[in-house]
Structures are given as structure tokens and as C-alpha cells.
Design a protein around this ligand. Structure first.
Ligand SMILES: [Mn+2]
Length: 468
């Protein structure tokens, strides 16, 4: 595949290969004539170099995967050994790293527990790779639905916009149809019950799940909602909690030890394996009977340094011969884009604005100090001053104040552009927390300091978007 040309020989990083000049050809993507099974290794290589694929080919991949998944039950079953994966959230380069580390999909069984898209800027690439893998290994490469795999979330967060930028609305609509076809849960190695979020007060026997009609936008409550949205209780509260309202998510429940134990016993299960919550170590064993006991719930989170911000590790769970083990990994490098794919000129506006404002504020400050030579003007000015002095002075004063505030904001924007863009990238509406610009560097530094702080700032993004 020919890379992009460098006609002026002015690439700054010569040792970094330019992206491929053309989309991957259909012949290379589907190498066996008459077969709709893509060459996933070639796609992986091509997309990693920021290469594109043709819309028609992507449409073929999406519709083939949708047809395949439509035939899967709501509750799948998988045999050991299997690698169980948590949230990916558009971190394509970390997904590639994960697959490299956890085992070749040709010989390794994979169970992904949802949240492939949103937040990360390579969500489209994640879907391309995951769907290519699904078409290659339909039985041993399993994808479940996460709470982000729906219209409501992808519209509120970033995936819809990203898909329309890279393809179009038609492709987005087709992907949404494919999301409706994603199964909801999986019984792995007969004893490990996996889903994206958690359990439900409506769930007594896990076979019940197969009775759901899953081919729709997930509802605001009920079993299907809880499988995608529920969270386990904090360790401190687990024993006294049964089901309580999930205030952080503004839907579904937080579940404790008692209902969990009841469900596990009744269905002869070992534990619940789920994703859905960022963990500093990439996983959490919810050991509600004491430190040396087997966990009731295991949380797996597979997006390292989530949102380029959390400094968390990622992990996968490996289930083999009835044993569980955890493999952790750190973040991988990825190409850098300014948030919202903003261009460098727009990005540089604060620099320009700061200069303009400082010029204006200079003029305003000078006004009134000026020497006037000719006598008539002097007299006119003196009269004018008499009449309007007070009012004008006040107006000037308030103008100077406004300029000073603006100048402070633009200076902060200029000096801290990198940190501020990170913060902006965190917010779904792209707005930075109010007042932060006027507080200057220490406040911003502080806001980016550590994992817990990140979690606090990001809390708003864990809940279900309102009014939909
Ligand atoms: Mn989630």
C-alpha cells in the first residue's frame, strides 16, 4: 500500500511512516472471491497506519456481522479457555495491544463485554477491527452489548459525530442496527456469568434472559436495562445492601451481597464477571466475604489511561481450567488529534485574541490621559467632562474590568492550552468547568492531578443522559 506522498520533502518526523494514500482495495480486504470474510490482519495493519476502508466495504462488514449476531441467543455460552475483556471506549491502539498480548484470535477464545465506542477518538476503527474478527471467528469471538452501544449514548457522546465525520449517517444507522443485534450476556466455562453492567431484581433464573426481545434501543428500566447499567455496591455497603437505586447512573440499581449470592446459588454459578466501571488496576475483585474468599463479582476494565486522563492500568481476565487469572497492561502510543478534530488555526485563536485584547485594554487605559493642545477642544472636553464625567468614568472603569478579565482568560487559554484541551475533551458538551479559566494555572493543574480527581470530574459522564 502506497503511503501519502511528501512532495516538498518537509515531513517533520521522517521516521514516522505517512498514512496510506488510498483506502484498502476491496480485492485485498475480501481476498477470497465470493466470500465476505475480510483479511483482518491486513485491515488491522492498514487501519493502524490511519488508513481508511471504502464505505461499501464497511457496509458489507456491518450487515454481515448484524446477520450473524441476529442468530445468536441473548444468553450465549462459551467454553474455557477464554479471555474476557471489559470496556474499550474507542482506544483502538490499546485494543490492538490487548489482542497482541492476550493471544491470537485465531487460536484464542475472546469474550468482549461491551462499551466499544464513545469517549476515545478511534471508535470507528475499533468497530472495524472487532467486526472483522467476528466475521473470521463467529463462534470463538463473542461481542456483548454495553450501555454505550445504542443511539441515545452515541448521540450524547462522541461516536455518532465520529462516524458521520469518517463515513456518513447511513453508516451510523447501520451500526446502530448492528448494536441492536448484540447479545446481552454469556455463560463462560459454565460457572462464570458475564454481562456489561450487572444483575437485576427481575432475574431469578438466567435462562429468563433468552425470553427478552433485545432488538431495540435499551429501555429505561427492567431486566435488559439492568444487565447493561447496574453496578455492584461498594465493599463497605455490600453486606447491608440488597437492591438500591443507582443514583450515579440515574437509572437501574446498585446490588449487594444478598441478591448476588441468591442468584449465584440458584443458578449454580461461581461469580459474576462484568465491566462498566473504570478501575485503577484495571480490575476489581469484589470479595464481600473477606479478603481470602472468592469474589462475588469481578470487574474488568480494558481501556488503559482511560480518556488519556485517568492513569489507570487495563486488564483482561483469563479463564482456564476453572482458574481465573488477570493480565494487566499499560497504555500504548496513539496518533494525536486536537479535541473535536479542531484545526491548528482555530486552536491558535486564544494566542491572537490575547494580543488583540491587550491592545484594546492599552487604548482604553490611555483614553482620558491624553494631552489636548488646541484651546477649543480643551474647553469642549472640559464641558463634556463636567456633564458626563461620572457616568463615563464608571463606564470606562467597567470596560477596563471586562478587558482585564478577558485578558486573564485568554492568557490562561494560551499558556495552558494543552491542559485545557484535555479538560474540554473530558466533557461531552466540550465545555470546560465554569470559573476555571479565571483561576489560572494552579486550579487547572489541580483538576488534572490524580485518578480520584479525574473520576470526580468525569462523574457526570457515568450517568444516563437525561430527557431521552
Ligand atoms: Mn459502561
Amino acid at each position: 500500500m502506497e503511503p501519502l506522498l511528501d512532495p516538498c520533502d518537509d515531513r517533520a518526523c521522517k521516521d514516522f511512516e505517512p498514512p496510506p494514500a488510498l483506502p484498502l482495495s476491496t480485492e485485498l480486504l475480501f481476498p477470497t472471491s465470493g466470500s465476505k470474510v475480510p483479511d483482518w490482519r491486513l485491515v488491522n495493519q492498514h487501519v493502524t497506519k490511519e488508513g481508511r476502508i471504502n464505505k461499501e466495504d464497511f457496509v458489507t462488514i456491518i450487515t454481515e456481522v448484524t446477520d450473524l449476531m441476529k442468530n445468536e441467543p441473548n444468553l450465549l455460552e462459551m467454553e474455557e479457555p477464554v479471555v474476557i475483556v471489559g470496556d474499550i471506549h474507542g482506544q483502538y491502539y490499546d485494543l490492538c495491544h490487548l489482542i497482541e498480548k492476550a493471544g491470537d484470535p485465531e487460536t484464542t477464545n475472546y469474550l468482549f463485554m461491551g462499551d466499544y465506542v464513545d469517549r476515545g477518538i478511534f471508535s470507528v476503527e475499533c468497530i472495524i477491527l472487532l467486526y472483522c474478527l467476528k466475521l473470521n471467528y463467529p463462534e470463538t469471538f463473542v461481542l456483548l452489548r454495553g450501555n454505550h452501544e445504542c443511539r441515545n449514548m452515541t448521540d450524547h457522546f462522541t461516536f455518532r459525530e465520529e462516524t458521520i465525520r469518517k463515513f456518513d449517517q447511513e453508516v451510523y444507522d447501520l451500526i446502530m442496527e448492528s448494536f441492536d443485534a448484540l447479545p446481552l450476556s454469556c455463560l463462560a466455562g459454565k460457572k462464570y456469568f458475564a454481562m456489561h453492567g450487572g444483575i437485576s431484581p427481575e432475574l431469578k433464573k438466567i435462562e429468563q434472559i433468552n425470553k427478552l426481545d433485545r432488538f431495540k434501543e435499551p429501555p429505561l428500566d427492567g431486566l435488559m436495562c439492568d444487565l447493561l447499567w447496574a453496578d455492584p455496591a461498594d465493599d463497605d455497603n455490600a453486606t447491608k445492601t440488597e437492591y438500591i437505586d443507582n443514583e450515579e447512573r440515574e437509572c437501574s440499581f446498585v446490588f449487594g451481597k444478598k441478591p448476588c449470592k441468591k442468584l449465584l446459588d440458584k443458578n449454580n454459578l461461581m461469580t459474576i464477571v462484568r465491566a462498566h466501571q473504570v478501575q485503577i488496576e484495571g480490575y476489581k475483585m469484589h470479595r464481600w466475604d473477606g479478603a481470602s474468599t472468592f469474589p462475588y463479582v469481578i470487574t474488568i476494565f480494558s481501556a488503559p489511561n482511560y480518556c488519556d486522563y485517568y492513569s489507570n492500568k487495563a486488564s483482561v481476565l483469563i479463564l482456564e481450567s476453572g482458574n481465573v487469572s488477570i493480565k494487566q497492561y499499560d497504555q500504548s502510543d496513539h496518533p494525536y488529534y486536537l479535541p473535536d478534530q479542531v484545526d491548528i488555526f482555530t486552536w491558535s485563536m486564544p494566542f491572537l485574541a490575547e494580543k488583540v485584547i491587550s491592545m484594546l485594554s492599552y487604548i482604553v487605559n490611555k483614553l482620558g490621559e491624553e494631552d489636548v493642545d488646541d484651546a477649543d477642544s480643551k474647553a469642549a472636553l472640559a464641558n463634556l467632562a463636567k456633564d458626563v464625567k461620572k457616568g463615563r468614568a464608571n463606564k470606562l472603569k467597567s470596560k477596563v474590568k471586562v478587558f482585564a478579565r478577558m485578558q486573564k482568560m485568554f492568557t490562561t487559554l494560551k499558556d495552558e492550552s494543552e491542559l485545557i484541551l484535555k479538560l474540554k475533551g473530558m466533557a461531552p458538551d466540550g465545555k470546560i468547568p465554569r470559573g476555571l479559566l479565571l483561576e489560572g494555572r494552579p486550579a487547572i493543574k489541580d483538576a488534572l492531578k490524580e485518578f480520584n480527581r479525574a473520576k470526580e470530574v468525569d462523574k457526570i459522564n457515568e450517568r444516563r443522559p437525561k430527557g431521552k
